[in-house]
Write a protein that binds this ligand. Structure first.
Ligand SMILES: [Zn+2]
Length: 247
């Protein structure tokens, strides 16, 4: 697992495309598009109001540290869920949009593989459960830490806004949908394996990389050999023209 600052996926892969056999694409529809950018800022207001009201009980040090520290801890919660599912994490990227305030402050990129619908929902919801719901419950039972726990809960509520919008969007995924991070599919014929072809170029521009994966009986494996189908031939032609590469 690598940690990067000020880089996003386009830095690692100038182009990345997938095509598949025995699977149908499930288009991603963002049902929260209109409120996506403004919502985290609106949800930060309760944290400020809470701090103003309870600042006598809260040491300033706690308040000044919890804001920046909450970001890596939040990302570690996503990472923890990947590990619990037996998945590796390829990288955590902090400030992927530099200092553009309307984009995500950080994200976790799991290594290529598959999540079921409910694993995907939990992947997005995990920091909300651990850093918003859990501290709110603990605040009831631990009066000495009540203000600190409630402030953490509120700050992470704002930090989880985009995650919770993704959770909402994911509820519309079909029940048997397979989520691969960059795309989602449904299986056409359950008795046959799903074959995924991953094509990409790296920043080294050392040609077109082609990898093949199989999903069968709940197991996801990378195959040693690759072959072409009409879609991979079409994509390779597109890559070659776009980057002046040899196929
Ligand atoms: Zn998150």
């Amino acid at each position: 697992m690598k940690i990067h600052f000020f880089k996003n996926e386009s830095h690692f892969y100038p182009r990345l495309s997938y095509t598949y056999e025995n699977a149908k694409n499930v288009p991603f529809v963002d049902r929260c598009k209109k409120i996506r950018k403004s919502m985290p800022w609106i949800l930060l207001i309760p944290s400020f109001v809470f701090y103003i009201l309870f600042r006598r009980q809260l040491p300033f040090m706690f308040y000044s540290w919890i804001l920046p520290l909450h970001i890596p801890v939040h990302e570690l919660c996503h990472t923890l869920f990947c590990w619990l599912c037996g998945r590796k994490v390829a990288r955590i990227c902090f400030f992927p949009n530099k200092f553009r305030l309307t984009g995500a402050g950080a994200y976790v990129k799991p290594s290529f593989g598959v999540f079921s619908k409910y694993q995907t929902i939990l992947l997005f919801a995990f920091p909300f459960l651990l850093l918003t719901v859990l501290p709110a419950i603990l605040a009831v039972f631990i009066p000495t830490w009540r203000e600190e726990l409630l402030l953490l809960s509120l700050i992470n509520l704002a930090g989880s806004t985009w995650d919770m919008m993704d959770v909402y969007n994911m509820f519309f995924l079909p029940k048997n949908g397979l989520y691969f991070g960059d795309f989602a599919v449904t299986v056409t014929d359950e008795t046959k394996p799903v074959i995924i072809h991953k094509l990409y170029v790296t920043n080294d521009m050392d040609g077109i990389h082609h990898k093949r994966f199989t999903y069968e009986n709940g197991k996801f494996t990378e195959n040693d050999s690759v072959y072409d189908i009409p879609d991979t031939i079409r994509l390779k032609k597109e890559f070659t023209e776009q980057f002046n590469l040899e196929g």
